[in-house]
Design a protein around this ligand. Structure first.
Ligand SMILES: [Zn+2]
Length: 287
């Protein structure tokens, strides 16, 4: 099987944003170190180092699965490792499992959001831009549940829940999967404006309740600059996972590989529009 055939069989299934996806991958600037800067732990060089580490992890996991008689999963892990290995300028793999490609998308998202937020801010005087964190405590995934994890479905669920509760404002959200020592906890970071922070929190808590005393399913953080955007769009904490969940990481990456990087976002009131070398958000006119 040649590389392109492998990519076709193993790449994300595009349903939306295909053009924007290709624009980002074709623009090598996103893989470099220009603006936006997303932190010194996330430079181009660090992404390349982590990629080598991940390729090795994937090959090792494939060998282990082969030894244990799981030929199917071994092949999938090996194909993913190959895909990352052959990812280079002009033929970027575009996989969320690839530290270089997922970083490129993260930076393109940050850049597009910075522009949109600055534009929208003008008409939102007196309102505070906050980062809302929503943790649906009843939705968790054990490592063996990863094959059924569908990011698009989870995002659709969040969007429907917010819409049903009457949220119509502009929201720029992104899903994040954290490892909680035994299970994965999907949660979202959503940038939005509010005039009444406490009321917003009460409204959100009614939709996303805690399960027991002390649970904090909703937090709202004030933003003082736009630096939070890189954190909001990280999708996974890769440096931490490489330390705390090395053995499990290959399987999480397999699950993420099936998701298009731009599908990680939950957008409300704006839509994504491809443009040369990138994409932007366009405000949806209210009817
Ligand atoms: Zn790649």
């Amino acid at each position: 099987m040649n590389f392109h055939e492998r990519q076709r069989r193993n790449g994300p299934v595009f349903q939306t944003h295909e053009k924007a996806h290709h624009e980002v991958l074709a623009t090598e600037d996103w893989f470099g170190d220009g603006k936006p800067f997303i932190g010194k732990q996330f430079t181009a060089a660090k992404a390349r180092e982590r990629k080598v580490e991940i390729i090795n992890l994937l090959y090792r996991a494939a060998k282990r699965e082969q030894r244990d008689g799981n030929a199917d999963i071994a092949t999938r892990l090996e194909l993913l490792a190959d895909k990352l290995f052959y990812c280079q300028p002009d033929r970027r793999c575009g996989s969320l499992a690839c530290p270089e490609c997922s970083r490129a998308f993260q930076r393109a998202k940050v850049a597009a959001q910075r522009t949109t937020i600055r534009q929208l801010k003008v008409t939102r005087t007196g309102r505070l831009l906050v980062m809302v964190t929503i943790i649906p405590l009843m939705v968790t995934y054990k490592p063996e549940d990863l094959p059924v994890l569908k990011v698009q479905k989870l995002n659709r669920w969040l969007k429907d829940a917010l819409k049903k509760a009457g949220f119509k404002r502009v929201m720029l959200g992104s899903i994040d999967l954290s490892w909680e020592d035994g299970f994965y906890q999907p949660h979202w970071h959503v940038a939005m404006w509010t005039a009444e922070r406490e009321r917003l929190k009460r409204r959100l808590k009614r939709i996303f309740p805690g399960l027991q005393r002390g649970d904090r399913p909703v937090h709202i953080t004030e933003t003082y600059s736009l630096e939070f955007l890189a954190y909001k769009d990280k999708a996974i904490k890769l440096p931490a996972l490489l330390r705390n969940n090395r053995r499990g990481l290959p399987y999480l990456l397999l699950a993420l590989d099936g998701t298009e990087p731009l599908e990680l976002m939950v957008l409300s009131g704006v839509r994504l529009s491809a443009q040369k070398g990138s994409f932007k958000f366009k405000k949806i006119a209210r009817r």
